[in-house]
Design a protein around this ligand. Structure first.
Ligand code: E4P
Length: 247
């Protein structure tokens, strides 16, 4: 379709106006803001490979790692192959020491593995002390084991990049996680809420509705999304009825 001269001039002026450019930038930034980052709770190459196109990174903890390695050298070997196979994924590794000094030393070591490391530090009293120091070292931190708004605020004020509320564990102990995560997202603006301990599709609905910046879950939770009876049944009905192909 050809534009007449007046229309073309109008468009030129409109698109070149500063206000339009500003509007466009704000619109784009909002769009990016609402894209959820997906992490996989895994330390296994095949699991990561399966969901690779959707992933921002992986999250681990000592429980997840113990299930996939037998000893320290096994751990380093696997870490190395994950880093070289997926050079653009963020890798969350958790400190193991209980005291602030130990956590700070471990964080420094973890950060040396790759620029893509995120150091997970539990939001305990010692952990929060450690976070204050580790964030001064410009190391990205995920404040893990978050069960309260005040832990989240303290972590945010201490400079973490992500805060991980453990929603499945909270629900197991009888808490209303929908209300908690909603308050969390509204109270924290200086760090990303990375919803963790996700066990069901309903948990994923809750974190999506609350507009969490990110979530992490195991491969089985993601698999369940696509095992949905309506989804599978719908596809079967289309395939049975189908009489043509575009190829
Ligand atoms: C993620 O960072 C957490 O380690 C993980 O989601 C914990 O899940 P869990 O409560 O099933 O152990």
């Amino acid at each position: 379709m050809k534009l007449c001269k007046n229309e073309a001039n109008f468009c030129d002026n409109f698109y070149s106006r500063k206000s339009f450019r500003r509007f466009f930038c704000a619109f784009f930034l909002n769009l990016v803001k609402f894209c959820m980052e997906i992490f996989l709770d895994a330390f296994d190459i095949e699991q990561i490979r399966k969901y690779r196109p959707f992933l921002r990174g992986i999250t681990t903890n000592p429980l997840i790692i113990s299930k996939s390695v037998d000893n320290q050298s096994d751990f380093y070997e696997k870490l190395q192959s994950i880093l070289s196979t997926f050079p653009d994924l963020l890798i969350n590794l958790q400190v193991t020491k209980p005291d602030a000094d130990g956590m700070i030393a471990e964080a420094a070591k973890i950060a040396e593995f790759s620029p893509n490391m995120i150091v997970k530090i539990p939001l305990t009293f010692e952990g929060l002390k450690a976070i204050k120091e580790v964030s001064k070292m410009q190391i990205p931190i995920n404040g893990t084991l978050c069960f309260s708004l005040i832990q989240a605020k303290m972590a945010e004020d201490s400079g973490v990049k992500y805060i991980s509320p453990f929603l499945g564990r909270m629900e197991d102990s009888g808490e209303d996680i929908a209300s908690f995560v909603d308050k969390l997202v509204k109270s924290v603006s200086g760090a990303k809420i990375l919803a963790a301990s996700i066990r069901t599709a309903r948990h994923l609905e809750i974190v999506t509705q609350a507009k969490c910046a990110a979530f992490t879950c195991s491969q089985s939770v993601l698999d369940n999304i696509f095992d949905n009876n309506l989804l599978v049944g719908g596809l079967v009905s289309f395939q049975e009825a189908n009489k043509f192909s575009f190829l």
